[in-house]
Design a protein around this ligand. Sequence first.
Ligand code: SF4
Length: 184
Amino acid sequence: MAYLSILRQCSAPVAGLKRGLQTAPKRYLILTDSIRYLVSACLCGGNCRYDGNGKHNASLVARLGKTNILPVCPEQLGGLPTPRAACRLVGGDGADVLAGHARVVDKNGIDRTEAFLQGARLTLDMALSARVHRCCLKAKSPSCGSGRFMQEKKGATMPPGYRPVLGVTAALLLAHGIEVEEIP
Ligand code: SF4
């Protein structure tokens, strides 16, 4: 998606930007005046999932406000193509991957751990640079899942097919004290 390209490629100050735009210390163009939430890009309508589709969540976007959202796909940021082979956590959850005790492997058996770690690091950089209030991330993803839907929504009906997954990006954000809301 175009915005991800901008976020990934911008490495120098950009002349003529309007107020509210600035170049972050590393490589990102950040809208510091308005961004309040970092959101999984697939929830914002981006066709960035492994199968080339999105998971547009219109009510979430309306609740947060379109201009308050920084859409991010950690797997694309990690350099993985779209579409791509589905990946799964092997040997533990996202926190175990960060600790070096588990891996991420795609359905062809290729180790994608480094790409997931890279995507997680870049997402953390973006969340910190933009000073977002909260991250709203897609459930059940080996990157974005936070496995907390059931804990946070006590008494709520479990969505069909829900399974708690703590992904690599969510684990890294949580480890840095950033609030993560899991979106089914
Ligand atoms: S769940 Fe996360 S990693 Fe997967 S497509 Fe959506 S934004 Fe990308």
